[in-house]
Structure formats: C-alpha cells, structure tokens
Design a protein around this ligand. Structure first.
Ligand code: NAD
Length: 290
C-alpha cells in the first residue's frame, strides 16, 4: 500500500473504494473532503498512480467551490492492488468497470475478505443489485448506491435495496452515507434503477439526433439546457460520464429490458472505437484540454 490517508475518522468509518476510474476517484475525494480515511484499490497500478494525481486535483477543485475549506487536513488515499487490503474497512464501495464478469469476481473476492456484516456496496449504473448479490458469500450484505459525478458536488445519492439486502446493511450504509454527507433516496432494484433508466436512453436519443444530422451536439445541448432546464445538456453529460461507460450501461439495460431505446446508437459505438471517451480521454462530443 502507498501513501497516507485522511486524518479524520469521523463516525469511525474506514471507506474502501474498489476501482480507481472516474467514480472511484470521485468517491475517494468525497471521503477525504469529509475527513474520512480511504483505501483505493485497482487491478492496474498505473490507474492508481494517475488516481493519486487526480484526487489531489479534485480536492483543489472542491476547495475552489467551497466544499472543502481546509486542504491541510485532506491527506491522500491509501492505494493498493491487493483486494485483501480492504479487510478492515467499515464499508466497501465497488466502482469497477460496468461489466458483470468483472463485478461478479470482485464481489466474490470482497465477501471472502471483509468481516460479515460489512456493507458491500456497488456503484453500478444499471446491473441489478440482486444479480451481484448472487456472487457474494452473504447476499444480505450487498446493496447499491449510485453516486453521481462528481460526488462531492452532488449530495443526493440513489440507494438501491436488493430483494436480499438485509436491514443491518441498510442501517450501516445509512451511517456511512451520513459520515460522507450524502442524502439517500432509497429505490427498489431494477435494471438502471431510476436515474440510469431515465437518463441513459435519453442521452442515446440525443446522440441519435446528432447521428441523423438533425442538429449538432452543441445545438442539442443548448436547446436541452436553455429550453428544458437540463443542467449540463445530454451530450456534455455523456462526456462527463465517459462514453465507454455509457455504452456498457446501455447494453446492460438493453439486454435486461429489450427496450430498443437502450440499444447503443452507431455514433456512440463509433466514439468508443475511436477512443473518444469524453472528458477522461480529452475528446468525446467536445474537446478538452485537461
Ligand atoms: P472507469 O472505466 O473510469 O473505471 C473503472 C476502473 O475499474 C478502472 O480503473 C479499472 O482498472 C478498474 N477495474 C477493473 N476491474 C477491476 C478489478 N477486478 N478490481 C479492481 N479494479 C478494477 O469507470 P467509472 O466511470 O469510474 O465507473 C465505475 C462504476 O460506476 C461503473 O459501474 C459505472 O457504471 C458506475 N457509474 C459511473 C458514473 C459516471 O459518471 N462515470 C456515474 C455513476 C455510476
């Protein structure tokens, strides 16, 4: 394991985050903003090196927007490629690639490592929580959260209670979210839950409009922002989410619902093929300099 962690232990929490991509970095930043120690795990050591730099940048951003008044207390995440290093966590938040094969293995490994009763939380966008629970030793410990990006700015979090999620897990998660300063809205389990089930086909539809030549991405976003009050426009949102992740989530939704509106459109698939994944790759529907 490398480097130090947050100085505080508010609420006696030790947060483990598995997956150091867009959301893992965001959730780790949120924990540090709240003074909680955090362990960040990834299979890829280079992602962890990058994550340390990105967490530091996110902490500076959190300070700029007034979410984090004292940068001296922030610390940094402990980073590791060994899943066994989450053993003493009070809550584990899984934020790996949106792929059932990846997540199922992670849940099997995590449940063998942590103490019984430790909430195993998936940040999946669309995979039903009960599917993931089926891979854990104790399905009652598995629950879903759907933190939005960036989590330190968006305080409301969708919480998904699976059919086998235990009452003790809901209470432990509630305590962890309170320590993280997040306000939960609990929903039932279903592919895409509420937010992805509504938002992702809508973004797919917006991309189809660009694909058909009806309007440019900028015009679609301007209309959705200025006429319909969508905060960032669907295609700017796609870039923020990560177009690769969005396509994975749409495929999960299509496979489980048969809804044609969820079948990823050719333009999204082409952007993934070209590596134009959005903000994280420097180019998606728009270009980014950092
Ligand atoms: P990402 O592609 O940016 O990062 C995924 C990370 O998981 C990578 O660093 C990868 O190396 C790591 N990983 C893969 N297999 C692993 C394993 N076995 N063990 C440990 N790490 C592993 O993805 P993301 O955008 O951060 O999304 C993560 C999860 O959060 C997904 O389920 C996604 O659907 C969900 N989500 C994403 C957003 C968003 O805006 N991007 C919002 C809400 C939820």
């Amino acid at each position: 394991m490398k480097t130090e962690s947050g100085s505080g232990t508010a609420g006696g929490q030790l947060i483990a985050v598995v997956g150091a991509g867009v959301m893992g970095v965001g959730i780790a930043t949120l924990a540090l903003v709240r003074g909680l120690p955090v362990v960040l795990v990834d299979v890829d050591g280079t992602r962890l090196d990058d994550a340390r730099t990105r967490v530091a940048a996110e902490l500076r951003m959190a300070q700029l927007v007034g979410r984090f008044p004292d940068d001296d207390a922030a610390g940094a995440p402990l980073t590791t490629t060994a899943i066994a290093d989450v053993a003493s966590a009070t809550v584990v938040i899984e934020a790996t690639t949106e792929d059932l094969a990846v997540k199922s293995k992670v849940f099997a490994e995590l449940s063998a490592v942590v103490a019984p009763g430790t909430p195993l939380v998936s940040n999946t966008s669309s995979i039903p929580i009960d599917e993931l629970a089926g891979f854990a030793l104790r399905p009652q410990d598995v629950v879903g959260t759907h933190f939005m990006n960036p989590p330190y700015l968006i305080r409301t979090v969708e919480v998904i209670r699976g059919v086998r999620t235990g009452a003790h897990t809901m209470v432990a998660l509630e305590n962890a979210l309170a320590a993280l300063g997040q306000e939960p809205v609990v929903v039932r389990d279903n592919p895409g839950f509420v937010t992805s089930r509504v938002l992702h086909p809508m973004i797919n539809g917006a991309a189809r409009i660009v694909e058909q030549g009806t309007a440019t991405a900028d015009d679609v976003d301007t209309l959705m922002e200025n006429c319909l009050g969508h905060r960032t426009g669907p295609l700017r949102t796609a870039d923020l989410i990560g177009i690769d992740n969005l396509v994975d989530s749409l495929q999960v939704l299509y496979d489980r619902t048969g809804d044609e509106g969820c079948l990823p459109c050719d333009l999204l698939l082409e952007k993934v093929r070209l590596g134009h994944h959005g903000r994280k790759s420097g180019r998606g529907f728009y270009e980014y300099t950092n």
